[in-house]
Design a protein around this ligand. Structure first.
Ligand code: KIV
Ligand code: ZN
Length: 389
């Protein structure tokens, strides 16, 4: 039977840690609203103990989008962090406390300078405390892929017995390779199912060796039920597994993975463009799924094949991920009619003539500055115009 994979988006926490990607409060809320449209299951909205601004952003997101989507935020295994998470997410319908603590020798010895049993006890105490506040607690075994397996397992066993409802296994430094990571997840899954089969097994992969998506998919193949991902693969250093790649990997190869997600894939491109626009971080043109060239076929041989039958060179349709294959590129010379057509195609009303003329004037200024105006430019132009008025 096909399994549902829970999609946990951490664009607003791990993604926002990227240098230069600082987002303000309205921008974070706009991204959270789009993530809700995309239909992710859980939004990690930030790290509230890190600053008053982050606390406020998590609180506003919990208040404004936390009715149907689960909201979480990150805490270290200390009471003050857990309190900050609880206070910021408690207004959401389905809040989840996320606790992180390292399990590798490097973390235990170099970062904490404590014994393994001390660190394990810190984790257990943190989960016990979080459980006095909320029923749902996720525990992340930071640097799991470089940890001694038996210590990693004793941590998982300890925190599950203390009440953790989700266990997240991160490849924090992007060190794992797919076979090895899949094997690790398979071993944990087998023991976890015997210990408590209600606990959800999750993975969180970084992309330092370019294998975050492959590692995440291999983990699913070996029993992971939840994936932590970001839009455009944003995240620390080389980033996290990209939501769009993991989701479309599962969808296009469902015969292989036998899984599904609830993601509304037609919102993928719009989400990618919104995050890129607000963070100011470009998406590489050849990025899988959402790059400018992801569905562009340039060679004559390919174009000829496509004209005969799209399936010759297409494994998914552009429309499936929200790419309009009939996108018209507008210029200052395109005229009112083409611009109106483009605005209406995006679902905006153009019946108010005065308003439309104002929009058209803004479009002409943009076209003069940019030369080529794409659908996503029109979308932001109209959205911003309507918001200001
Ligand atoms: O990379 C990591 O280990 C993390 C944890 C907080 C899950 O981001
Ligand atoms: Zn991370």
């Amino acid at each position: 039977m096909s399994r549902k994979i829970i999609v946990f988006d951490t664009t607003l926490r791990d993604g926002e840690q990227v240098p230069g990607a600082k987002l303000n409060l309205p921008q974070k809320i706009e991204i959270a609203q789009q993530l809700k449209r995309l239909n992710v299951d859980i939004i990690e909205a930030g790290f509230p103990a890190s600053s008053a601004g982050d606390f406020q952003a998590v609180q506003e997101i919990a208040r404004s989008v936390g009715d149907t989507v689960s909201i979480t935020a990150l805490a270290r295994a200390v009471k003050s962090d857990i309190d900050a998470v609880y206070e910021s997410i408690k207004l959401a319908q389905n809040p989840l406390i996320h606790i992180v603590l390292g399990t590798s020798n490097i973390h235990v010895e170099k970062k904490f300078n404590r014994t393994k049993s001390d660190v394990l006890q810190m984790g257990i105490d943190a989960v016990r405390y979080a459980k006095t506040l909320l029923p749902h607690v996720q525990y992340s075994t930071e640097d799991a892929s470089r940890s001694d397996f038996e210590y990693l397992w004793s941590t998982i066993e300890g925190v599950v017995k203390a009440g953790a409802t989700m266990i997240n296994v991160p490849d924090t430094v992007g060190y794992a390779v797919p076979e090895e990571f899949g094997y690790l997840i398979g071993r944990i899954n087998e023991r976890l199912k015997n210990l408590n089969d209600q606990v959800i097994l999750s993975v969180h992969c970084h992309n330092d060796l370019g294998m975050a998506t492959a590692n995440t998919l291999q983990a699913i193949k070996n029993g992971a039920e939840k994936v932590e991902v970001t839009i455009n693969g944003l995240g620390e250093r080389a980033g996290n597994a990209s939501l769009e790649e993991v989701v479309m990997g599962i969808k296009v190869r469902d015969n292989y993975y036998n899984c599904f997600t609830d993601i509304n894939t037609q919102e993928l491109l719009r989400t990618s463009r919104l995050v890129s626009h607000l963070t100011g971080l470009d998406v590489q043109v050849n990025k899988a799924i959402t790059g400018e060239n992801a569905f562009a076929h340039s060679s004559g041989i390919h174009q000829d094949g496509l004209l005969k039958d799209k399936q010759v060179y297409e494994i998914m349709s552009p429309e499936e991920v929200g790419v309009d294959s009939m996108e018209l590129i507008l210029t200052a010379r395109s005229g009112r009619h083409a611009f109106k057509n483009s605005v209406e195609k995006m679902g905006f009303d153009t019946s108010d003539t005065e308003d439309f003329e104002e929009l058209f004037a803004k479009f002409l200024s943009l076209a003069d500055a940019k030369k080529e105006v794409y659908d996503h430019d029109v979308f932001y132009l109209v959205s911003n115009h309507r918001k200001l008025d």
